[in-house]
Design a binder for this molecule. Structure first.
Ligand SMILES: [Ca+2]
Ligand SMILES: [Ca+2]
Ligand SMILES: [Ca+2]
Ligand SMILES: [Ca+2]
Length: 749
C-alpha cells in the first residue's frame, strides 16, 4: 500500500475529489490513511466548493507531514472510542435501528438502505414518514471536571446527526450539538461537556435521509479534559482548529523537527523544543495588499465567559496586523484584541521569543475565536501561535461581570418589572387585564393576565405621548429585543408604536417602527441592535389627535444577547415534546387509526366565522394546529400523538396554549398513554375565550409514555379548537394550573 507521506502535495485530494466519492472508495482511502497514521487529514479542512483540489495543493503536504510525526499524548477520558475493532462500551438503543460497526473502515454507521426490516419498523415510530433512527449510547460516564468531546463524523447524501447528554434520572436529554449538512469527507466537531457531579451518558442520534446511499457514520469520539477552545497544537486534529483557506497566505503547522519553507525551526511553547508544534503564518507568498490569513477555533456550544490566553511570536512590527476576533454564526466579527495594543514592553522584535497574551472573552452565544494576520506585502514577516487556553475567570478582576440581559424581561403579570414611565409628557402606559371572554382579546402571556395599554379613551386630552423606559444595558454588546404588540382601531400613523435607544449622551436612535396592518392580534417583534455605550430601550406611543388613534397594547418583553436571527432557535423544536408548529409538526404525529380526521396545520383565521383563532400564539402571523369542525360530526374526535417519552422519577411540566372559541365548542383533552392504558391529564369543555389561554399540567410518570392531544367536535360547526406552543420540560411547573400523578392514580388532584 502506498503511504500518503510519499504522495506529492495535493495528490490525495485529487484522487479523492475527481470522481464523486462513493462510500466504498471513501472508506478505502480512509483505511489507507489510518494505516499510515494520517487519519487526521480529512478532518482538518472540510471541503469547500471551488477550493479543492488545486489551491489546496501545498497545504495538505505540510499537514500530512505534521500528522506523520505527531504523537498523541493528551489524556483521553472514558467515553472515547476509535471504533477500531469494538465499540468501547457504546451500545445501540434496542428501541431503534442498530448502529453497525464496520471493522474494515473502523467506524460505526446507520444506513438508509438497510435491509433490517424490523429495525425500519422500529425506527419508523407511529408516523407516516419512514424515518430511520439509530441511537448510540455511551457507557455511563462520571466526569466532574470540564471536558471536551471531539467527534469525527460524516453524513453521506442526506440525513442528520445529533449529540445529546442524558443525565441519570432525568426525562429529557440536553442537546449538545447537531448537523444536517452532508459532506464528502470526514468532519471534526467539538462540544464542551460542562462539569457535573451527576453520572451521564452521551447519546448519539443518527437519522440517514431518504435518498439512496444515505448514511450517518462516526469515525472517532475523543473526550479530553479541559475546554474545547484549549489547544497546544500537539494534538491530532489540531483540536478542531482550522485554517480558512486563502490563495496566498495560510496558517501552517510548524515544529516537529521539520523545516518549513526557508525558515528556521522555532522551539514550540508547550515543550520548548523543536519537536513540539505550533501554528504559524508567513508573508512570503503574499501577493496583494492586505492579504489575510485566519485560523479559527471550533464553534463554542455553551455560553462561555472568562479569559482566553495564548502565546505568540511576531516579527516586523509594521508589516503585519495580528488580531483576535469572535465570529458568530452569521459570520459577523467582533474584535477582542490587537497585537501592539497591549503592554509595549512585552513586545519583541525578535522571532523566537514567545509573548503571552490574555483577552477577556464574553460569548453568551456560539462563536468561533479567529486569529487573524493581515500582511501588507511579502516582507510582512511572520506570526506564530501556540498554547491557547481558556479559564472561566476573567483575565482581570476589573472586568465587569457578565450582564444578565433577562433583567429587561417583563410579562407585566405583577407590575412593571424594571420599566419606568416618563410622566413629564402627561400620559402613561397603564397596566390592564382582561378576563377570558368572547369579545375582547386577553394578554399574551396566559390569555387571562396583564398587559400594558398606551392610551385610554377616558383620557381627557386630545392626544398623548406615552414613554416606557427599560433598564440600563451595558454597551459594546449586541442585543435581541422581543416583544408582543397588539393594535386596535385606527392607528393612522407609524407613530402608534416605536422603539428607540436612549444613550447616556442623551442621543436617541429609533430602532423599530411598527408597520403592521393586522388588528386585534398579538404580533411578535424581533429587534436586533448594537450599542457602543450603555443604553436604555424606550417604547413610545404617540397620538397627535384622538381621531387618528386606536389602542396600542404591549406584553411579554424579553431581551437576550446576540442577533435575533441567532437566537431564533433558543428552544430548538428538536427538544422532545416542544413544538411551536412554525415549521410543521416537530416530533408529533397524527393518529391514523383510532380517530375521525387529522389536526390541520394552519396560518391566519379558520374558515368558519365566530369560531377558531384569528392568528397563532407564537408569532401572531405564524402557524398553529386546529380541528376544523365543519367536516366532522358531533362527538367525532381527532388525536395528536407525542413521540415516545422516557419516564422519570421527578415531575414533568407540560405547558401549551389552547384556543376554544365558538358557541358549539366541544372538548379538548390531554391524555397520557402507556402500555395501552391511558390517564386523563387535563380537560376543558365548551367555549372559553376569544384569546389563546395557557394550560400548565404537572405530572409524574416513571415509565415510557406518550402525550395525546384529543379534540372532540361539539354540537355545531362553530366548534373549532386550536393548540400552539407546546413545551414539555422537567418539572415541577412554576405555577401549575393542574397537578396529576399518573404513576399512582389517574385522578387529577
Ligand atoms: Ca505546542
Ligand atoms: Ca402579560
Ligand atoms: Ca387522525
Ligand atoms: Ca405557532
Amino acid at each position: 500500500m502506498q503511504c500518503a507521506a510519499s504522495l506529492k502535495p495535493g495528490e490525495i485530494l485529487r484522487q479523492h475529489t475527481q470522481q464523486k466519492p462513493s462510500k466504498t472508495n471513501l472508506y478505502h482511502n480512509f483505511l489507507n490513511l489510518r494505516n499510515c497514521g494520517f487519519r487526521t487529514y480529512f478532518c482538518l479542512f472540510p471541503p469547500r466548493a471551488g477550493f479543492f483540489p488545486q489551491k489546496a495543493a501545498m497545504l495538505p503536504f505540510y499537514l500530512l507531514t505534521f500528522a506523520a510525526t505527531i504523537q498523541a499524548h493528551k489524556q483521553l477520558l472514558p467515553g472515547s472510542c476509535n471504533f477500531e475493532s469494538n465499540t468501547c462500551g457504546y451500545t445501540s438503543d434496542a428501541d431503534f435501528m442498530s448502529w453497525t460497526l464496520h471493522k474494515d473502515g473502523h467506524f460505526v454507521a446507520v444506513d438508509a438502505n438497510s435491509t433490517d426490516e424490523q429495525g425500519r419498523e422500529k425506527g419508523a415510530g407511529t408516523g407516516p414518514q419512514k424515518t430511520i433512527t439509530g441511537v448510540l449510547l455511551s457507557p455511563t460516564l462520571y466526569q466532574d471536571e470540564w471536558s471536551c468531546l471531539r467527534l469525527v463524523y460524516q453524513i453521506m447524501e442526506s440525513g442528520s446527526l445529533e449529540v445529546l447528554q442524558r443525565m441519570d434520572g432525568k426525562s429529557f436529554d440536553r442537546p449538545l450539538w447537531s448537523s444536517k449538512t452532508p459532506s464528502d469527507s470526514w468532519i471534526i466537531t467539538s462540544m464542551d461537556l460542562q462539569n457535573t457531579t451527576e453520572p451521564y451518558r452521551v447519546v448519539i442520534e443518527g437519522k440517514p435521509g431518504q435518498s439512496p446511499g444515505s448514511s450517518v457514520a462516526i469515525f472517532e469520539i475523543h473526550i479530553s479534559p479541559g475546554y474545547c477552545l484549549d489547544c497546544d497544537f500537539d494534538e491530532s486534529h489540531l483540536c478542531g482548529y482550522s485554517n480558512q483557506w486563502n490563495a496566498n497566505v495560510n496558517w501552517f503547522v510548524g515544529g516537529g523537527r521539520v523545516q518549513l519553507l526557508q525558515n528556521d525551526v522555532l522551539n514550540d511553547h508547550t515543550y520548548n523544543n523543536k519537536t513540539g508544534h505550533f501554528m504559524y503564518v508567513d508573508s512570503i507568498y503574499a501577493k496583494t495588499f492586505k492579504e489575510v490569513a485566519k485560523v479559527m477555533s471550533p464553534m463554542t456550544t455553551v455560553p462561555m465567559s472568562g479569559c482566553l490566553s495564548f502565546q505568540y511570536q511576531r516579527s516586523e512590527e509594521t508589516g503585519n496586523l495580528f488580531s483576535v476576533y469572535t465570529r458568530d454564526r452569521l459570520g459577523q466579527y467582533q474584535e477582542l484584541w490587537k497585537a501592539g495594543s497591549e503592554n509595549q514592553s512585552e513586545w519583541s522584535q525578535m522571532l523566537g521569543e514567545w509573548i503571552p497574551a490574555q483577552v477577556d472573552l464574553k460569548a453568551p452565544y456560539s462563536v468561533q475565536v479567529v486569529f487573524e494576520v493581515a500582511f501588507n506585502s511579502r516582507t510582512g514577516g511572520r506570526v506564530a501561535l501556540d498554547d491557547i487556553s481558556f479559564s472561566p475567570d476573567f483575565c482581570s478582576t476589573d472586568t465587569e461581570p457578565t450582564f444578565d440581559p433577562s433583567i429587561a424581561n417583563c410579562d407585566f403579570e405583577s407590575g412593571f418589572c424594571h420599566y419606568t414611565q416618563d410622566r413629564t409628557t402627561g400620559s402613561s402606559w397603564r397596566r390592564v387585564s382582561v378576563k377570558p371572554n368572547i369579545f375582547s382579546n386577553g394578554d399574551h402571556t396566559t390569555g387571562a393576565g396583564s398587559f400594558l395599554l398606551a392610551h385610554s379613551r377616558l383620557s381627557p386630552r386630545s392626544g398623548y405621548v406615552s414613554h416606557l423606559v427599560g433598564p440600563t444595558l451595558p454597551g459594546n454588546m449586541k442585543y435581541c429585543l422581543r416583544f408582543y404588540f397588539s393594535l386596535g382601531g385606527f392607528n393612522q400613523t407609524y407613530q402608534a408604536l416605536t422603539v428607540y435607544l436612549e444613550q447616556q449622551s442623551s442621543s436617541q436612535e429609533t430602532i423599530w417602527t411598527q408597520g403592521e396592518k393586522s388588528r386585534g392580534i398579538w404580533i411578535a417583534a424581533d429587534v436586533t441592535f448594537q450599542t457602543s455605550q450603555p443604553a436604555k430601550v424606550v417604547f413610545v406611543s404617540t397620538c397627535m389627535s384622538l381621531w387618528d388613534c386606536g389602542s396600542v397594547a404591549l406584553d411579554d418583553i424579553s431581551m437576550t444577547f446576540g442577533d435575533c436571527e441567532l437566537t431564533a432557535d433558543v428552544l430548538p423544536s428538536s427538544l422532545p415534546g416542544h413544538c411551536d408548529f412554525e415549521a410543521g409538526l416537530c416530533d408529533y404525529t397524527q393518529d391514523k387509526q383510532s380517530d375521525a380526521a387529522d389536526w390541520e396545520w394552519r396560518r391566519g383565521p379558520t374558515p368558519t366565522s365566530y369560531t377558531g383563532p384569528r392568528s397563532d400564539h407564537t408569532r401572531g402571523l405564524g402557524y398553529y394546529l386546529h380541528m376544523e369542525a365543519s367536516p366532522l360530526l358531533p362527538g367525532q374526535n381527532i388525536r395528536l400523538l407525542s413521540r415516545s417519552l422516557r419516564g422519570s422519577r421527578g415531575f414533568q411540566c407540560l405547558c401549551f396554549y389552547y384556543h376554544m372559541y365558538g358557541s358549539g365548542t366541544g372538548q379538548l383533552s390531554v391524555h397520557l398513554e402507556r402500555d395501552g392504558e391511558h390517564g386523563l391529564l387535563w380537560q376543558q369543555r365548551g367555549e372559553q375565550s376569544i384569546a389563546w389561554l395557557r394550560a400548565r399540567v404537572q405530572y409524574q410518570c416513571d415509565t415510557q409514555h406518550q402525550i395525546v392531544f384529543e379534540a372532540t367536535r361539539g354540537s355545531s360547526v362553530r366548534s373549532d379548537i386550536a393548540i400552539d406552543d407546546i413545551i414539555l420540560e422537567a418539572g415541577p411547573c412554576s405555577e401549575p394550573e393542574i397537578k396529576a400523578n399518573v404513576g399512582a392514580s389517574n385522578e387529577i388532584e
